[in-house]
Design a protein around this ligand. Structure first.
Ligand code: B12
Ligand code: SF4
Length: 483
């Protein structure tokens, strides 16, 4: 059969700040590449159209899909951009009479609520077992309605066979079919300049339970890919796609210390000569581990710091002591690793005072060289969503229009006295406040480019024009005048 896997352009939705989003957006759609590999293994002919990477409109995606003339169309979607996938599927339905199937985090959580008519089948949870079974049965014209992990309609009634069982043997999942992607489209700014990069996943699942996190596809059970196979996958990316930098997508990169150690040892032994980065918890690193990771090519590490307020920290259940961030950043600085500390405003208990506390901490902690501020979003299926819906902890859910469920320039909850508009304004000022520190400019320009730097400057000008710089101190403004 011929299978078209489609990923629409989504960063345009960010309007003026779409440049930032685009920088983050040109990432390979790894899920589609996994599904493509499974389908190719069964002998099907597959294409992936990455509308985001190639800047394609929905009309253009429809045109290219028609030219390919597929037997099945597959798409994926996260919460805030699901409406674009629906728009694309509706446009395809008008032109092509083939089943359109959907999977991914949004439908996995909301199931029947978002199983729009434009979709014929939906995959709930991990697709690695249900997708090949579906393809095989569909091709043989056998019954596909009993396959575990799927939804379909029976005389207009939605039927669901239960969430797919998680894959236990990660080694049985074929490596993503990256050869179907245009490798030169995927570049990422790092301290080494723009690098050809790809994403890679060596562990699925996360045992932690942060209230804002939407890890509903992979769940709490962690499963690891054999390090030898990880290295094989990396080698293929280097040899066939010229990949220079790897972004590890594991939820917590150093969750299993021995596993990471082994991967790094093999990277060194095989002399891969690439760089890599990932995200982890500040209390899950130590010097021995960091040293070997650096020897293997680690150049950037991200931590989720979120807030410094202890009450907020307890409520969000992150369970990483605040002191760990100082120790961890000191350590990563020692090894010259660019370190990003992600903070969040608008968690339960947030007030203007708690935001100021977080910003003060970031201003005064010289060890924290790079930070980022997003707005807490209550993704459906999270504990935060339930709290906001029930009006607990001073939260009020203002909308269930999921297209606003982004982390930048949009907020959907009132948090105590802070309205969604207040949170967007505070995010602007907080960004400006963080990036007024000159030692943060270089890493920021590396990551976002000169246009990104101008946009951050623009945030500051906007804040100053308003004549309200509550979150920017006078001494910081002095820095602006001098520069
Ligand atoms: C890399 C990543 C990104 C990259 C995107 C890269 C890309 N092109 O795909 C970037 C940085 C751009 C990004 C942005 C955002 N992300 Co993000 N991201 C991730 C991350 C870390 C890995 C995604 C991934 O590749 N996973 C591996 C694949 C294999 O998993 P998967 O997509 O779930 O696919 C499996 C199944 O869902 C299923 N499946 C999926 N699609 C389909 C389709 C078919 C036809 C079938 C059969 C099966 C199937 O089969 C797959 C294999 O089992 C996840 C966390 C995670 N652990 O997954 C968050 C995650 C997906 N992101 C999330 C969010 C919230 C966002 C943003 C909204 C953040 C923001 N800026 O506001 C944006 C949205 C971007 C978008 N277009 O949707 C949430 C999604 C929550 C939700 N309810 O939708 C996640 C789950 C993080 C979290 N724990 O909260 N993200
Ligand atoms: S935020 Fe990170 S550590 Fe917390 S549950 Fe999600 S993936 Fe796990």
């Amino acid at each position: 059969m011929k299978i078209a896997l489609l990923y629409p352009l989504w960063t345009e939705e960010y309007g003026k700040i779409s440049h930032f989003a685009k920088k983050a957006g040109k990432w390979p759609p790894l899920n589609l590449a996994y599904l493509a590999a499974i389908a190719e293994k069964q002998g099907h002919e597959v294409i992936i159209i990455d509308g985001e990477a190639e800047g394609l409109s929905i009309e253009e995606i429809v045109k290219q899909t028609k030219e390919f003339n597929p037997d099945i169309i597959g798409c994926t979607g996260t919460t805030p951009f699901y409406h674009i996938v629906v728009e694309m599927a509706n446009a395809l339905k008008k032109e092509l009479n083939v089943p359109i199937v959907i999977g991914g985090p949004h439908i996995t959580v909301l199931k029947g609520e978002v199983f729009e008519d434009c979709f014929d089948y939906a995959f709930i949870g991990e697709g690695d077992n249900s997708w090949p079974e579906f393809l095989e049965k569909y091709e043989k014209k056998e019954d596909v309605t009993k396959i575990r992990g799927m939804m379909h309609r029976d005389n207009g009634e939605i039927k669901f066979t239960g969430q797919a069982f998680p894959i236990h043997d990660m080694d049985s999942v074929p490596s993503p079919a990256r050869h179907l992607l245009k490798a030169d489209k995927y570049n990422l700014g790092t301290s080494k300049g723009m690098q050809k990069f790809t994403t890679i996943m060596t562990v699925r699942g996360c045992p932690f339970k942060c209230i804002f996190c939407s890890t509903k596809v992979f769940g709490n059970d962690t499963r690891m890919k054999n390090p030898e196979l990880v290295i094989e996958e990396m080698k293929e990316c280097i040899e066939k796609q010229g990949v220079e930098h790897f972004m590890f997508l594991d939820d917590t990169l150093t969750m299993n210390r021995e596993h990471m150690m082994k991967i790094c040892e093999l990277m060194i032994k095989e002399n891969l000569g690439v760089t890599f980065e990932g995200s982890t918890r500040a209390n899950l690193i130590d010097e021995e581990l960091i040293k070997i990771m650096v020897d293997a090519g680690l150049i950037r590490l991200s931590f989720g710091l979120e807030s410094v307020d202890e009450t907020i920290r307890t409520t969000m259940k992150k369970m990483v002591p605040l002191e760990s961030y100082i120790t961890a950043n000191k350590l990563t600085n020692k090894y010259d690793i660019e370190t990003l500390n992600s903070c969040m405003i608008g968690l339960p208990g947030e007030t203007r005072e708690t935001v100021k506390k977080t910003l003060k901490f970031l201003r005064e902690s010289k060890d924290i060289k790079q930070a980022n501020i997003s707005i807490a979003v209550p993704y459906p299926g999270t504990e935060l969503f339930e709290m906001a819906k029930k009006g607990e902890n001073g939260l009020k859910l203002e909308t269930e229009d999921f297209s606003n469920y982004r982390r930048y320039n949009a907020a959907v909850m009132t948090v105590g006295d802070l309205s969604p508009e207040d949170l967007v304004e505070i995010q602007n000022e907080a960004f400006a406040s963080i990036y007024l520190a000159p030692w943060r400019w270089k890493p920021m320009i590396n990551k976002s480019g000169k246009v990104g730097a101008l946009l951050t400057f623009n945030r500051l000008v906007k804040a100053l024009k308003k004549g309200d710089t509550e979150f920017i101190t006078n001494s910081q403004l002095g820095v602006v005048e001098k520069n």
